[in-house]
Design a protein around this ligand. Structure first.
Ligand code: UN1
Length: 496
């Protein structure tokens, strides 16, 4: 079995514990990808000491030159897109068309970051006093702790690390334990593109041990975390106590609303992709469908037929629509929610069990599942499942139902009425609202994130993320040659 290593202090090294965990293909658990380091706080300590040296060098490198490195990363990702997509599918399961999209999102993020190296705008504004200039500009912060999930093994690390690096920070990267291979290849590419070695540290491990060591470390002033709302709460408590800058991206319970006047074929394609793409394992997955009464029965009939025809299988095989869930834990969680849905008395229209049959028995496959007549407020309608489970309800007050959950990532409305479309954009309490498109499909150059318990107010992607990874500094230059007192001397430079 192949043994992988951490990348710490410019070298590929074994974990100080000497312990490893296995990484297996979720479509076929007899296929072992390799064993990866089970790192501890001691490894994180070494990584931080090195990253601080890396930071000193990198933070003084001009931002356009930092951008050039990221442009080369984009080029390398483009050249190796197919190969990376294949290894990503092997370790986390989603079909190759989706993992190619994942790599493409990383490429887009790289080129966007590269161009930001020649912007990173501050402001120059007039001073209230004569012969004085006032301006703001951006400074790097230090060592960033980057903790990422399994569902977008490449795109999400790039969303965080490219802006962090472009702004001049060093990174300690902990990929999810389900996708350590993608994390390893990503770091190899960063190095090949010319990133100075001590600027990036790759420390594999599990959240409770090594992830916690990153969050707790006093010399990591900046944490970016994507994962569950429960873990995010713990990360947030620590970061609050230690005065760390923190970006949290957590759960979702995203709804697609279909109005009576919608193009139903389009809405149908949208919900199938939104609910069952990535086996429902996206923060942006559609897990609720809210149908207006006029089209409810007809649309539901169309949906169940189509859901039953989706092809489950190994994501590396041609023709597969839906891959496996990522792990046994994920599968068991979905099974628990099937029980909950049934005990709440909902109509199970299709799915609800593990998928079996040729090519499916060695993996964590689960049938696309639809529950109907789910009432607002039920657990199935409120809690994030992270699997291929869709709750359908009919509603007169679709907007209210959309808003009555603790999460607020994305929402979608299918309508041909321009008033409803704009009303939805104004009134739905989410970070992203799609009109006539599913709840998934965010683009790299726009801010991504949610309201309420989905996040803590920061955004990834787009221009806003550069605010998070840099400190705003203000400079005042007084060239009047005399003491001018702000707020005390008037515009003429004489006391009032
Ligand atoms: C996530 O759901 O975890 O919008 C990220 C999308 C992707 C990113 C999703 N571009 O679905």
């Amino acid at each position: 079995m192949k043994t992988f290593r951490n990348f710490i202090a410019g070298e590929w090294v074994a974990p100080s514990s000497g312990e490893y965990f296995e990484n297996r293909n979720p479509a076929d658990t007899t296929d072992v990808i390799g064993r990866f380091p089970l790192s501890t706080a001691a490894d994180v300590d070494r990584a931080v000491a090195s990253a601080k040296r890396g930071f000193r060098e990198w933070s003084r490198t001009p931002a356009p030159a930092r951008g050039d490195v990221l442009r080369r990363v984009g080029d390398l990702l483009s050249q190796r897109k197919d190969e990376i997509a294949d290894l990503m599918t092997r370790e986390m399961g989603k079909p190759v068309a989706e993992t190619k999209g994942d790599v493409q999102e990383g490429i887009d993020t790289a080129y966007y970051a590269a161009s930001e190296g020649r912007r990173l705008f501050g402001h120059t504004v007039p001073s209230e006093l004569r012969d004085k200039w006032a301006m703001s500009f951006r400074r790097p912060i230090g060592v960033a702790g980057i903790i990422t999930p399994f569902n977008f093994p490449l795109a999400i690390p790039t969303w965080k690390m490219f802006p962090a690096l472009l702004c001049g920070n060093a990174c300690i990267f902990k990929p999810a334990e389900d996708v350590p291979h993608t994390g390893t290849v990503f770091v190899e590419i960063l190095l090949e593109a010319g990133l100075p070695p001590e600027v990036i540290q790759l420390v594999h491990g599990v959240g409770e041990q090594e992830g916690k060591a990153i969050v707790d470390h006093p010399e990591i002033p900046l944490i970016s975390f994507t994962g569950s709302t429960e873990t995010g709460r713990i990360v947030g408590e620590t970061a609050g106590r230690m005065h760390k800058r923190l970006s949290l991206e957590m759960g979702g319970k995203n709804a697609q609303i279909v109005m009576d006047d919608a193009n139903l074929e389009l809405a149908l394609e949208g919900v199938l992709w939104g609910a069952f793409g990535t086996t429902g394992q996206r923060c942006t997955a559609t897990s609720r469908l809210i149908l207006q009464k006029g089209i409810h029965d007809r649309f539901l009939g169309m949906l169940v037929d189509k859901a039953k025809s989706l092809k489950l299988g190994d994501g590396r095989k041609e023709g597969t629509d839906i891959g496996p869930l990522v792990s046994r834990n994920a599968l068991e969680k979905v099974e628990r929610y099937i029980d909950i849905g049934q005990s709440e008395g909902n109509d199970l229209l299709c799915g609800g069990r593990r998928a079996t049959g040729k090519g499916l028995d060695k993996g964590f496959f689960f049938e696309p599942t639809i529950f109907a007549r789910v009432e607002a407020g039920q657990r199935l309608e409120q809690e994030e499942i992270f699997g291929p489970v869709l709750s359908v309800s009919d509603a007169d007050e679709a907007f209210r139902v959309n808003n009555d959950v603790k999460y607020g990532l994305s929402s979608s409305i299918y309508t041909t009425n321009v008033q409803d479309a704009f009303r939805a954009m104004n009134e739905l309490e989410n970070g992203i609202t799609y009109v006539n498109a599913p709840t998934i499909g965010a683009e790299a150059h726009l801010p991504f994130g949610g309201v309420k318990q989905t996040g803590n107010g920061h955004r990834e992607g787009g221009w806003e993320v550069y605010e998070f990874y840099s400190e705003t500094k203000v400079g005042y230059v007084d060239f009047s040659g005399r003491l001018q007192r702000a707020q005390i001397d008037n515009y003429l430079g004489t006391p009032d």
